[in-house]
Design a protein around this ligand. Structure first.
Ligand code: ATP
Length: 266
């Protein structure tokens, strides 16, 4: 019954607190992530930006409970994480939709594999499809959808059970620039209504700044957080991020880090 209540129409804020305390990861002698402490507030949107190999995915996999830290602890709502997070939605760069199921059936699969009653999930999926402009796509197969639509279906799938935590690893990486702007806006709108706690990994400085309440800037060798930037700007943020001087100032601060670290050359 609890599961049914959880996916009833959206009302309450659903995010949880995630405490990452001195969490580090070594693969043999190689230090992929230096011990790192991050306290993520319930419903906070935290972006993580950094070059390839700085440990972003490693951090996300540990928060998902899919990889064991070599050191430190992760707590969710004060409880030590011991195994895979369950109340979570995950979206990757690759949409990972099943080609032989329609868009709707891909989303409903979240309920099927958990043995949940499907009707309330279908209702919620229909609402999400409507909000994401996917209503006409519901009965199409992934191969019949554009890249942006597939990624939106993947977003609907991640959100359909109204998870407390949304983990996204470069979810818009494969999209063209304009579609990327649209899906970013869609994600922000959905997050503003439902407020899951989000860990959003990206290579895009503008996207990190445009979406985050806070941006963690990472650097490689060893992977580490080199700056933490609070983005206290109103939402929804502008569609064209470059036109907002305050956002551009944050982006510049991040590019300066990458220039200093030799990640980009000027
Ligand atoms: N299972 C593993 N065994 C050994 N090394 C690994 C393993 N997983 C990741 N690494 C290494 O740890 C470092 C961090 O990897 P990670 O995938 O977290 O980086 P990333 O910042 O997400 O990179 P990208 O942006 O390219 O996805 C890399 O040098 C990677 O090669």
């Amino acid at each position: 019954m609890q599961a049914l209540q959880k996916i009833d129409p959206i009302s309450e804020l659903s995010g949880v607190r995630i405490e990452i305390e001195e969490v580090g990861k070594k693969f043999g002698a190689f230090e992929a992530l230096r011990p790192t402490t991050i306290d993520i507030k319930p419903g906070e949107f935290v972006s993580v930006v950094g070059p390839s190999g700085c440990g972003k995915s490693t951090l996300m996999l540990m928060v998902a409970g899919l990889m064991h830290p070599s050191s430190g602890k992760i707590r969710v709502e004060g409880k030590p994480l011991s195994g895979a997070l369950t109340d979570v939605g995950i979206a990757f760069q690759d949409h990972l939709l099943l080609e032989f199921r329609t868009a709707m059936d891909n989303v409903l699969l979240q309920g099927v594999i958990r043995g949940l009653p499907l009707e309330p999930i279908r209702k919620r999926a229909n609402e999400l499809f409507e909000r994401l402009g996917l209503t006409k796509a519901a009965n199409r197969y992934p191969s019949q959808l554009s890249g942006g639509m597939r990624q939106r279906v993947s977003l609907a799938r991640a959100l359909v059970l109204k998870p407390a935590v949304l983990l996204m690893d470069e979810p818009f990486g494969a999209l063209d620039a304009l579609t990327r702007v649209q899906v970013r806006h869609d994600l922000e709108q959905l997050w503003m209504t439902e407020r899951p706690t989000v860990l959003f990994i990206t290579h895009s400085v503008e996207e990190a700044v445009g979406l985050g309440d806070r941006v963690l800037v990472m650097a490689p060798s060893p992977g580490q957080v080199v700056d933490e930037i609070q983005i206290d700007l109103p939402r929804p943020r502008p569609v064209s991020l470059g036109e907002e001087p305050e956002l551009s100032a944050f982006s510049k601060r991040i590019y300066d880090h990458f220039a200093r670290l030799g990640v980009i050359h000027r």
